[in-house]
Design a protein around this ligand. Sequence first.
Ligand code: NAD
Ligand code: UFG
Length: 340
Amino acid sequence: MPSNDSVLVTGAAGYIGTHACVQLIEAGYQVVALDNLSNSSIKAMHRVYELCGVSFPFYQIDLRDAGKVKACLHEHDISAVLHFAGLKSVAESVEQPLAYYQNNVVGSINLLMAMKAVGVRKIVFSSTATVYGLPDKSPVNEQAAIRPVNPYGVTKNVVEGVLRDLCASDASWRASSLRYFNPIGAHPTGLIGESPRGRPNNLMPYITQVASGQREALAIYGDDYNTPDGTGVRDYIHVQDLVGAHLKGLLFLGSTTGYSVFNLGTGSGQSVLDVVKAFEDATGISIAYKIVERRPGDVDEYYADPSLAKADLQWQASLGLEEMCRDSWAWQKANPKSFE
Ligand code: NAD
Ligand code: UFG
């Protein structure tokens, strides 16, 4: 039983981190939260406390500040780290590669050095399917070629390499990189959810903003892809399922040694039009859309082979597109201006 084990959650105030804090508390862990709030709001943490019915320590610390990270770890008897903190925009990473390397790579190295200094040896790292670049075929398993095509993907691959080398150098380290496919959805209460700044890049936040009247119509980036209906196919996974895999990851690290990598997806692909239809069915709201030019860099389709996670973590996604749409909408509807 995990009870009383303390888990440090970096990026705790973000989209996935908030959901992780709630599930950790529900599972009986103690949580220490860390975030620099560069892409989130302290109000998200207040919602987490509301959902949990308890509060826990929150540190507004930037992972680039090695001294403060180490001091934070010194203050608590941490048994493992869930490392969500990082910058995640592909387009921004192309424009500002240094910021991405500094945040995602230097930040992660500072965290690992602090863990080494205080004797914490277990870490679950948020990686991404973006490390596969343009996969040759789907389903994509963990053996697929690693060919990131943007700085964001490269930063994640570099950190994966650091974790692999660290585990190879010292058998006391245990690390798992979890390669997420397309997380969407929100907590079913609608109290926490994804909070993109400005015009959303991703499909689901755009759809929910069309549904709420904040945007006129969804621009679908191409209907001439080599897919059943011509629109891009992805593996959408409910954030609650995704976070569940992290809790399984913690248990896995408690019973194994070394470095491991897992794909996190449902194992099935859905097109943009499938998602629009599912959203309309789940909410009764029709979504205006128009077909526009392809978005540079998009691939026809990719979806995960999640069988390794099923075998080793005893995890598989259980929520479908209907729940993902229902919960994304519950969040957007209750919070039209996010956490404002
Ligand atoms: P998010 O931006 O909502 O959360 C990340 C959090 O990290 C934010 O609260 C931000 O303020 C914080 N942060 C960033 N840099 C920091 C730093 N230097 N020090 C301290 N805190 C810092 O993003 P998310 O969607 O919750 O993603 C979490 C992780 O999962 C990220 O590492 C992301 O790259 C990865 N990931 C996300 C997706 C996705 O589609 N959401 C897909 C694949 C991988
Ligand atoms: N799409 C539209 N219109 C939009 C937004 C998206 O048609 O306004 C389409 C895209 O062309 C694609 C699908 O919807 O076919 C999904 O697009 P997303 O932007 O939601 O997701 P991506 O798979 O393109 O990329 C996401 C994140 C990346 C991450 C990657 C892999 O944006 O940061 O998943 O994890 F790296």
